[in-house]
Design a protein around this ligand. Structure first.
Ligand SMILES: [Zn+2]
Length: 169
């Protein structure tokens, strides 16, 4: 379901009311990104409002909030399945897979979270394809021979320095 501007504003207000810790930018981005694709997996706008509240208020077993970010509100999940109007022909969509780790769900990929924790991946790239700066297209050398020689020289210089410091002890 593609939502209108005013529907987007209402959903943003709802999500902000439910989760004051979420910033408006993230909520708006999640809704805009959904609109760029297939839209929300909603039967109607009432469904979208119920699902938004369900998403924001979902709790884990220890009583803490299950969802840490609004970014995945549009993704399929129990918040859509459990709030669908009965008899309206709603069909649960298959979960989206992580673009970088296709055996994991995009919204909670364990590999992505590990990257995020060590600072290797921005948290808005959870479940997304990420091009790293050191990614070299297959078949292309990672560095030129001149670069390699330069690096070897530097390494040798460092080793030499380390060796001489060590010998003074
Ligand atoms: Zn992943």
């Amino acid at each position: 379901m593609i939502i209108t501007n005013s529907q987007g504003q209402r959903l943003t207000t709802i999500l902000q009311a439910v989760r004051p810790d979420w910033n408006e930018k993230g909520i708006v981005k999640a809704l805009q990104d959904a609109n760029k694709g297939e839209g929300l997996p909603a039967i109607d706008f009432d469904h979208a409002m119920r699902a938004s509240v369900a998403y924001g208020t979902a709790k884990s077993r220890d009583g803490s909030y299950l969802k840490q970010t609004p970014l995945f509100v549009a993704q399929p999940g129990p918040h859509w399945d459990d709030t669908a109007p009965p008899g309206a022909g709603y069909q649960s969509a298959p979960p989206a897979w992580c673009e970088d780790h296709p055996t994991f769900n995009a919204h909670n990929c364990a590999c992505c979270w590990a990257d995020i924790r060590v600072g290797d991946r921005p948290d808005n790239m959870l479940g997304k394809r990420m091009i790293r700066q050191d990614d070299t297209p297959p078949g292309e050398p990672r560095m030129t021979i001149a670069e390699a020689k330069h690096q070897i020289k530097q390494m040798q210089a460092t080793e030499f320095l380390g060796g001489s410091l060590h010998s003074k002890e």
